[in-house]
Ligand binder design. Structure first.
Ligand SMILES: *Cc1c(COP(=O)(O)O)cnc(C)c1O
Length: 375
């Protein structure tokens, strides 16, 4: 570890330059559309207060979060002309939305009525996006509600609909018939509604081709380096690097066991390194016995169970003395992508990122080329 890392167990490096490069790359795939940025859940765990301003500096002017509090936290950090949408709808925060220039995504007729009522009360036309559900059955106006709205567009009086949006259920699956079906339903539903810009594509949706781009792209995961084209080479630049400190190295031999539950049985003479990251840091327990870290460029399998603050890795493959306390183990990085760790954990990159722990020292590489620390 570097001398200035005294007392630091693990360092999470977020490359904001790469986030911006990824955003530009997605924008370049759809020149006729506008590329927004989904920064919900603290920009997928990477730090929305760093990520969103970096994207705004690069020219991004449309941001999506999930919840009112996320939107309100972002507002002072972004230019006044940047639109911030809350995907989860009003959540009772309509007055704060009006006061702080936050735009709701209205998900059902009740929310449309409420936003129209606020517009009437304030005497202002209030902007919003409206979510048309085309198959997620999660958020948005279903076919019945969309039909009611189409027959009674006066329900939108006082509301400036900036976007009709919908969300794909199977966008990462290129051949899934859900994709063209949802697209067709979106086109049909919006054809009956007042004219407004349309938005359908999340990260993987962008890769389904120009038919899916419409007017506004809504990528999240791809901005953060998660592969939007599973099974094919990742077109995105890696964003996250996670290095954790080696705390101890010990010689072991059979019939010893390692860790809780004596879950790992040592097969013969070897060495175990203990690393300072565990499930409390979002290094999921499901990685136990499956994961791999890299130490000095060599793969070291995670053996035994993941503890709260620690993992144990088999470093028998490295020469004796090659691993020392204070060395760094690369948990996520060039040789061990977020998607690879997700596979080891039997989950998706999204969950690996949003689980990244609060105890990591976070270092941000900024587009200006400098770097800054938080915590
Ligand atoms: C989270 C979310 C996105 C972004 O999805 P990614 O797969 O991360 O690109 C886009 N739209 C909606 C409605 C979402 O909930």
């Amino acid at each position: 570890m570097h001398p200035h890392d005294a007392g630091v167990a693990a360092v999470l490096t977020v490359d904001l330059d790469a986030v911006v490069a990824n955003w530009r790359r997605l924008q370049a795939l759809a020149p006729a559309a506008t590329c927004a940025a989904v920064v919900k859940a603290d920009a997928y765990g990477l730090g929305a207060s760093h990520v969103a301003p970096a994207l705004a500096d690069a020219g991004c002017r449309t941001f999506f979060v999930a919840l009112p509090d996320e939107a309100l936290a972002l507002r002072p950090l972004l230019p006044a002309d940047a639109a911030i949408y809350a995907l989860g709808g009003l959540c009772g925060a309509e007055k704060a939305f009006v006061a702080h220039n936050i735009r709701p995504v209205l998900n059902h007729l009740g929310e449309i009525a409420r936003w129209a009522e606020i517009a009437a009360a304030t005497g202002r036309r209030l902007t919003a996006a409206v979510h048309i559900d085309t198959g997620m059955n999660r958020l948005g106006l279903g076919p019945d509600e969309a039909a009611i709205l189409a027959d009674a567009p006066q329900r939108l009086t006082g509301i400036a609909v900036a976007h009709w949006i919908s969300h794909l259920a199977c966008s990462e699956d290129a051949d899934n018939p859900m994709n063209p079906r949802q697209r067709a339903d979106f086109v049909a539903a919006t054809a009956r509604l007042p004219q407004a810009a349309r938005s359908l594509a999340n990260s993987s949706g962008i890769f389904r081709g120009p038919d899916y781009h419409f007017d506004l792209l809504r990528p999240g995961a791809a901005l953060y380096g998660v592969n939007p084209t599973p099974g094919r080479d990742n077109p995105m630049a890696p964003v996250v690097r996670l290095d954790a400190r080696v705390l101890q190295v010990r010689d072991v031999d059979s019939p010893m066991t390692v860790g809780y539950g004596a879950a790992h049985r040592v097969g013969g003479p070897g060495r175990i390194a203990t690393i300072a990251a565990g499930y409390a840091d979002g290094y999921l327990r499901s990685v136990g016995g499956r994961g791999v870290v890299r130490i000095n460029g060599v793969a070291a399998p995670v053996v035994g169970r993941v503890s709260m603050d620690l993992i144990t890795v088999d470093v028998s493959g490295l020469p004796a003395g090659a691993v020392q306390p204070g060395d760094r183990a690369q948990i996520i990085g060039p040789d061990n992508s977020v998607d690879a760790v997700a596979e080891q954990a039997q989950t998706i990159g999204y969950e690996i990122l949003t689980s990244l722990g609060a105890r990591y020292r976070r270092v941000y590489r900024s587009p200006a080329g400098g770097s800054g620390n938080r915590q």
